[in-house]
Write a protein that binds this ligand. Structure first.
Ligand code: SAM
Length: 336
């Protein structure tokens, strides 16, 4: 196996692939209706990478040392026949792990098929248990019960489930403790995600971030938590265990304690552009390479070239100014 490293010595180990730019939610902090309304033009089907193209690019990355692939979007379960893609990816020699990030609304009837196709793990995004609040956040009428049902079905099907909750000041602070209590009881790992300045649509500023430290202080008043050693170098979540149980909570501290120095991740957007950072301004068009008859060897050389020149460490360098002035791509496009 060849391992490639970037200018800061970081190896390329994982790949996130966005399979679609559409979503059936309009979360106010991610795809607000004012911007992603009825007139918003999403990518026509032919602009999305086909399953053949995704498989081809995935094989190239695995040949360069990638061991983990996560499928995301938009909402990946909106992509027709997604289990077929998963099946193809599971057959790639050397790929050890395939995960999926979903809002869970379609998981109930998809879980079995996803598991049968070879999926091992799902991360389900859920920002509140309170019905009214959840509906006001997702702005599309979906009730939390539907997502919870999806989680239940995923567990029944034998998928490992984690839940991700974005915490934004003034949006869902009051749900921090109820979410912890609920998922502790369920034995499902909950991860709190600090609200990030991705894209241009979400009106981000530092005052809306609730940091890990603040969340942890609140949890400590209700639960007895002990730290868990990272499972591997570069693990994104900082994990804690509820003492005397096997249930865990985690924190993704991309704003308050950035982790650029251990970032081993590349991203492919739904149109085949490669990005080396979630906060990137520009990507490199691999769809064009795939469709213009370029050989795998040549495409591989391009990836190596890009990775070898990578210097991104946006979160380490973030300031209020850079967060406001930089023109970053949207999360729904690049894939969260
Ligand atoms: N639709 C899928 C889902 O909901 O999980 C996958 C895509 S979504 C963009 C991936 C994750 O990004 C979700 O957990 C979402 O809450 C999170 N996200 C979106 N905007 C964010 C932001 N500004 N800061 C932190 N997380 C964000």
């Amino acid at each position: 196996m060849s391992v490639i490293t970037d200018k800061l010595g970081r190896p390329l180990k994982d790949l996130r692939i966005s399979v679609i730019d559409r979503c059936n939610f309009r979360c106010t902090y991610c795809m607000p209706k004012e911007i992603f309304g009825k007139d918003f033009v999403f990518m026509p089907r032919e602009q999305l990478l086909s399953f053949e193209e995704i498989e081809r690019i995935a094989k190239i990355y695995v040949g360069l040392g990638v061991r983990k692939i996560r499928l995301t979007g938009g909402e990946p379960l909106l992509r027709r026949d997604l289990p077929n893609l998963i099946k193809r990816l599971t057959e790639i020699d050397g790929l050890e792990d395939i995960g999926l990030t979903t809002n869970g609304s379609l998981l109930g009837h998809m879980a079995e098929r996803l598991k049968d196709a070879g999926l091992q793990r799902v991360n389900v995004s859920l920002d509140a248990l309170n019905e009214e609040l959840f509906q006001s956040i997702n702005d599309s009428g979906v009730k939390p019960e539907r997502v919870l049902k999806g989680i239940e079905k995923a567990k029944e099907a034998g998928l490992e489930v984690k839940v991700n909750m974005v915490v934004k000041k003034g949006m869902n602070d009051q749900e921090i403790v109820p979410m912890a209590a609920y998922f502790k009881e369920q034995g499902i790992a909950l991860r709190y995600i600090e609200f990030m300045d991705v894209g241009q649509s979400n009106g981000w500023d530092f005052s809306k971030v609730i940091t890990k430290k603040q969340i942890f202080e609140e949890l400590k008043q209700h639960f007895d938590l002990e730290p868990v050693e990272p499972a591997y170098l570069g693990e994104v979540a900082q994990r804690y265990r509820y003492r005397d149980t096997s249930a865990e909570v985690g924190f993704i501290t991309s704003v308050s304690e950035s982790f650029c120095s251990t970032c081993t991740r590349a991203r492919i957007a739904a149109d085949g552009k490669m990005y080396t950072c979630l906060f990137a301004e520009k990507g490199v068009d691999f769809r064009e390479m795939l469709r213009s008859g370029m050989s795998d060897e040549k495409i591989k050389d391009e990836v190596v070239h890009i990775w070898n020149h990578r210097t991104d460490r946006y979160s380490d360098e973030r300031t209020e100014e850079s967060a406001k002035n930089r023109s970053k791509v949207e999360m729904s496009y690049i894939g969260g």
